[in-house]
Ligand binder design. Structure first.
Ligand code: NAD
Length: 354
């Protein structure tokens, strides 16, 4: 029998169609009275809608959240929160907006209420990232974990199908690596397998009708489960490679996860056979290898399948391997340079794993 340690994260989840209607009540439960609403420039309308629901409880809107949480933006947002006397932050958006909320919470302890509109899963983790002078640093701090998360499928209906697929596979990557985490446990494995299943099924339905609210709900349910796994257990080679490719070569976040995942899973397949079985089963492909089934999932939805298509240069692959190996995460299979370089080549070429 396998021994394990399980610890849960203190967060409250309100899930369902129309869940946004609970917003005022949830702000009251936090003991807050003046919420600063955060969003990207492109999601200003959604933030205005949220501010309208908040009425007198809205302190204002800060609409300059951007990818990678640059410190200039963080300083401006923190100053805005202070100036407006905000006593909580409401993050309406994907990982970039939630990330900005986390940066404010890290400094001030302001509670965050997150309203996710992508499937990245940041709302369920105590992990933050901050970028200064081109270098992204990450850390863990329970102060940045959103206290309340409202998942309402209506808010993700506008997420384009292409972005939905890559964001969904980004979520699946958290669950897939959670299945072979060194500090994994049976509860997280249940969540991971169910998260992969829900996300893959939801994406299949979204491909037929992007406004299908049941399908959007299924994907958000998957995002919640996969994000919980990310926040609870350690990630391995796949996440290390994606941080390297995003941080040092400026490749787009969700797309990079989508391309690399089948190859990272192929790398680990012999070392983590139970995890592989769970992934194949969750994708309803029990007879296919997990790596091939993940590749087919991306290709079947017309998502990018090669690093070349994302703008990576062949001459940078050696450097990417060096950076990924310099400070490796724990991984079920030992990290071997030749094999990692081969993995990157396969991801660059977009070769279907055997
Ligand atoms: P994102 O938040 O950058 O959003 C991508 C784009 O989609 C943005 O322009 C956004 O405005 C738009 N968008 C979002 N929802 C939309 C909707 N419903 N309709 C229309 N447009 C919408 O992308 P992301 O993939 O959610 O997040 C990526 C970032 O989050 C990365 O920086 C990553 O490192 C971080 N992240 C952090 C964690 C963590 O635990 N800390 C977890 C996952 C991701």
């Amino acid at each position: 029998m396998k021994s394990f340690v399980y610890s849960s994260q203190p967060s409250r989840v309100i899930f369902g169609l129309g869940a946004l209607r609970a917003l005022e009540q949830e702000i009251d439960l936090l003991g807050a009275h003046r919420a600063l609403v955060l969003c990207t420039p492109g999601q200003r309308k959604q933030a205005e809608h949220v501010a309208q629901i908040l009425g007198a409880r809205a302190a204002g809107i800060y609409d300059r959240a951007v990818m990678h949480v640059p410190m200039d933006t963080v300083r401006e947002a923190r100053e805005t929160a202070r100036r407006l006397g905000a006593d909580c932050a409401v993050a309406v958006g994907g990982g970039s907006t939630t990330g900005l909320g986390k940066a404010i919470a890290l400094d001030s302890g302001l509670p965050i209420l997150a309203i996710p509109t992508t499937y990245a899963g940041s709302e369920m983790t105590p992990i933050f990232g901050l970028t200064e002078a081109g270098i992204k640093k990450t850390g863990r701090d329970v102060r940045v974990l959103p206290r309340t998360v409202i998942y309402d499928p209506e808010l993700s209906v506008g997420l384009p199908v292409g972005l939905s697929v890559t964001s969904g596979i980004n979520a699946i990557a958290h669950a897939a690596e959670g299945l072979y985490a060194r500090d994994g446990n049976p509860v997280m494995s249940l969540m991971a397998e169910e998260g992969i299943r829900a996300m893959a099924d939801g994406l299949g339905q979204i491909a037929k009708s992007s406004t299908d609210l049941d399908a959007r709900g299924e994907c958000l349910y998957g995002a919640w489960l996969c994000g919980t796994v990310l926040g609870s257990v350690g990630m391995a080679l796949h996440h290390k490679l994606c941080h390297t490719l995003g941080g040092s070569f400026n490749l787009p976040h969700a797309e990079t996860h989508t391309v690399v995942l089948p190859h990272a899973i192929a790398y680990n397949s012999q070392a983590a056979p139970d995890a592989m079985r769970c992934i194949s089963r969750a994708l309803h492909r029990p007879d296919a290898s997990a790596a091939a089934a993940l590749f087919d999932l991306a290709r079947g939805h017309q998502a990018p399948t090669s690093l070349r298509a994302l703008g990576m240069r062949a001459e940078d692959l050696d450097r990417a391997a060096d950076i990924a190996l310099a400070n490796p995460y724990w991984n079920p299979r030992p990290i071997e340079r030749v094999a990692v370089r081969e993995l990157l080549q396969a991801a660059f070429d977009g070769t279907r794993p055997a």
